[in-house]
Design a protein around this ligand. Sequence first.
Ligand code: FAD
Length: 383
Amino acid sequence: MADFDADVAVIGLGAFGASTLWRLAARGVDVLGFERHTPGHAFGSSHGGSRMFRTACLEHPGLVDLARLSLDLWRELEKASGDDLFTASGGLLAGPRQGHLVPAALAVARAHGVEAELLDADEVRRRFPAHGSLPDGHAAVWEPGAGLVRPEASIRAAVAVASDAGARVHADARVVAVEPGPDHVRIRTAVREFRVRQVVGTAGAWLGGLVPGLPLAAVRMPMTWFAARPEAADDFRLARFPAFIRELDDGTSLWGHGTVRAGEDVKLGLEDGGSTFDVVDAESLDRGFRRADWTGVGERLPAALPGLETVPARGEICLFTRTPDRQFVLGRPGGDPRVVVGGGCSGHGFKHATGVGEVLAALVVGEEPPVGVGFADPDRFLR
Ligand SMILES: Cc1cc2nc3c(=O)[nH]c(=O)nc-3n(C[C@H](O)[C@H](O)[C@H](O)COP(=O)(O)OP(=O)(O)OC[C@H]3O[C@@H](n4cnc5c(N)ncnc54)[C@H](O)[C@@H]3O)c2cc1C
């Protein structure tokens, strides 16, 4: 090992990278982690306090096994770190019976044996009063095992557990160049160079700048928090207003969840409809929260969730990384034995972060990944 600083370097310790670092360190791999900010920060794709977890993944059938693997690993990470990371609130996917959400959720649950229940509009309105305006003709798929994962805490936990297992973490260390050589990769930060045998690129919205040739677009995505009207506050507690996605009659979808603690506001957002949000340069992102960032949600609330105020209490800007087919990129671009990538979250990646970490770690050490991820092959765009 004389010429090498480590066997592996993971670049970007956000959702995917922190988990990969953990799963590599758990295998005893000599691994370095680089993060340009402090792990658990608010400048990438993994802040805002919560992410929805569900096993009924509509985005690709292959994601169901990845979600199951991830849930086991979320529980393992909780145990290893002693932190509370996953809240099983259950999850509701609601909308028109013939819309794009409910039939797809039902089909995936049935095809993969995901525990789920189809509720008619009456039942939804009775069990979840905040959705009391759900029109007749709408329905919902209720997944009791769905819930919320805490992104910042999860990233910090994975980095801490990885460090305890021997990973060496360089925080506030931006990687400025990744230069593959014949049998090594040279990594440069502002202060020094590192030589490793393999590199894992998990730089989120910045991944395309580090590993060229991947068709990744960074998308600016607002998150908003709305106060419940005093008389409706009880209906917006998480137990009565669990994690949800709700397709509206205009074809758009609202997502969000209720309050975990007293005094909190209700988190909401709009699904990415392809052109709903701006494609941006992640490096020069405007993180200022603007009026146009919340009006799309606010104007839908009187009809969809009338128990909420229509002007938000606050908002934050997040980023996600979109691929042309909205699937992840997981694997070795061009079959390169020195480079593994994990990214292209396309707005649905956090729930899978621990499973992705396990898959990427397996690829690094030459194991068969525990679940198939061929659908996320980075080379699919070249075919
Ligand atoms: C508003 C919003 C809501 C979402 N809701 C959900 C949801 O409910 N459920 C769900 O499953 N998913 C959801 N997602 C998607 C999910 O959050 C992402 O899939 C996930 O966070 C992506 O993780 P990542 O590791 O790719 O990126 P990040 O977590 O951003 O990690 C990338 C890291 O790389 C670092 N980095 C970048 N460049 C460098 C460099 N040169 N050197 C060193 N470090 C570098 C960054 O600082 C960052 O920490 C949502 C996303 C958004 C934006």
